[in-house]
Design a protein around this ligand. Structure first.
Ligand SMILES: C[S@@+](CC[C@H](N)C(=O)[O-])C[C@H]1O[C@@H](n2cnc3c(N)ncnc32)[C@H](O)[C@@H]1O
Length: 204
């Protein structure tokens, strides 16, 4: 089994119940995503990506704030989780589209106004994170924002291993810059003491 296959097996075998997080944990994340909400508000038909959407709590929260014609696109490696999110969205009447992202390959998510990813990049090796940053950037419209979270190397004295990948801040910033994403914010300690957040905007 390759590392990528082991990763997918890990996520697809974890019951959804383990991902349904408490309000207490969700609120700081929602607050940390406010730049994405804010950016999407003035747009008529915003299309927002949630990369590695898990139980969809955040995707649903963002979807509720969008104009009627707006949509959140959820990508995950686990079809079961995506089905769970779709039925929650359908019964509530919020617009969510789900797409299976099999491993590191981003499916065709269309032209995006904004994108976010939380508690995903800390579980992926640097090469996968860099390819996701590049792929998301290629789908973002000019001026669109990508807000994502990772754990920076040195944030905690723990060796990197399977599903615990910490990344050098500089390399992540370089990956953004190479993908024509201008890093506007790089902050640590929002939502969780160890987490680093980047807000990067697509330039021409
Ligand atoms: C810890 S959960 C976080 C879920 C959600 N983003 C949140 O903040 O609650 C990690 C999610 O990332 C998904 N995932 C893991 N590797 C992925 C990959 N390579 N591509 C897309 N999604 C992935 C998992 O299936 C899981 O749903």
């Amino acid at each position: 089994m390759t590392e990528q296959e082991r990763e997918i097996a890990h996520w697809t075998s974890t019951p959804i119940e383990e991902f349904i997080r408490s309000q207490e944990k969700t609120e700081p994340l929602v607050a940390a995503l406010l730049p994405v909400h804010g950016d999407s508000i003035g747009i008529k038909r915003p299309r927002v990506l949630d990369l590695g959407s898990g139980d969809g709590t955040l995707a649903l929260r963002v979807a509720r704030t969008l104009p009627k014609a707006g949509k959140v696109v959820c990508v995950d490696v686990d079809q079961g989780r995506l089905d769970f999110i779709q039925s929650a969205a359908d019964s509530e009447g919020v617009k969510i589209e789900t797409m299976l992202g099999d491993g590191r390959q981003l499916p065709d998510v269309g032209r995006l106004n904004a994108a976010f990813s939380t508690i995903v990049f800390q579980h992926l090796p640097l090469s996968a994170v860099v390819s996701y940053i590049t792929a998301v950037a290629s789908h973002l419209k000019q001026g669109g924002v990508f807000r994502f979270q990772f754990i920076a190397t040195g944030a905690v004295d723990r060796p990197s291993g399977f599903l615990a990948h910490f990344h050098p801040k500089d390399e992540i910033i370089n990956a953004c810059e190479s993908a024509k994403l201008t890093v506007e914010v790089c902050e640590t300690g929002v939502g969780h003491a160890l987490w680093t957040w980047i807000t990067a905007r697509k330039r021409r």
